[in-house]
Design a protein around this ligand. Structure first.
Ligand SMILES: O=P(O)(O)O[C@@H]1C[C@H](O)[C@@H](CO)O1
Ligand SMILES: Nc1nc2[nH]cnc2c(=O)[nH]1
Length: 225
């Protein structure tokens, strides 16, 4: 590692190699479980589970209620890896630490990332407890120059100037909506624009009004991409 904020390719690779040598699972799907969704990881079959503190190079979760475990296993027969607890900027992690696991997943062979988190809704038509599928986002810290992609670009993870149109895969979103329909729970499911803010404080009333006017449907302190 070069300094506390800069992580080089070998650091990601070292963590990926450690994981690959400690589990037979070769997941193509990774799920980041936000607050309240940690139990999804408990449902995996044929589990291999690792405490973040035992994984070389992995950051530590400091949030109450986040188990801080990486769980490999099978969900409906499909191999996947779940983060039971994520890292937030407000915990004091650099953004490259917050996004560290995502790059490790890429090196594990993951090609589909499902990201979930708790958020506050701003849309007039939403009800408390609704689930929102993210169609697009506003990354406020990113707009202000706080971006995990700052610094030298590692072309093995993507281009220097990645486009942000279409980051939330249309076919996956449609699949999620179709499944909700077939389960008869569509009335609880929305699709909208998520806004990431730094926190840790919640929004003032004026800030919430501002975000609402900007077209934000839900706001949270969890980084998406
Ligand atoms: O990323 P998660 O789902 O844990 O989001 C929670 C809700 C708040 O935004 C914040 C509190 O830790 O994280
Ligand atoms: N910033 C923010 N984060 C949240 N996490 C859960 N609810 C909220 C909210 O209303 N605002």
């Amino acid at each position: 590692m070069h300094n506390k904020d800069q992580i080089c390719h070998e650091d990601y690779q070292k963590t990926a190699d450690w994981l690959l040598s400690h589990t037979q699972h070769r997941p193509k799907v990774a799920i980041i479980c936000g607050s309240g969704l940690g139990m999804l990881a408990d449902a995996l079959e044929c589990q291999d589970s690792f405490k973040y503190s035992d994984i070389p190079g992995f950051p530590q979760s400091t949030v109450k209620g986040h188990a801080g475990r990486l769980v490999f296993g099978e969900l409906k027969g499909k191999s996947c890896v779940c983060m039971q607890g994520r890292f937030h900027m407000y915990e004091g992690h650099s953004l490259s630490k917050v996004t560290f696991p995502v790059r490790v997943f890429k090196l594990l062979g993951v090609d589909t990332l499902v990201v979930t988190n708790a958020a506050g809704s701003l849309a007039d038509s939403y009800n408390c407890g609704d689930i929102m599928i993210i169609r697009d986002h506003i990354n406020f810290p990113g707009l202000a120059g706080l971006n995990p992609l700052n610094g030298p670009n590692d072309d093995m993870f993507g281009p220097r100037f990645p486009p942000m149109s279409g980051v939330y895969d249309k076919s996956l979103r449609k699949m999620a909506l179709d499944i909700c329909k077939s389960m008869g729970v569509s009335q609880y499911v929305q699709e909208g624009v998520y806004c990431m803010v730094g926190g840790p404080n919640f929004e003032s009333i004026a800030e919430a009004r501002l975000l609402h006017r900007l077209g934000v449907d839900a706001v949270g302190k969890s980084l998406k991409v």
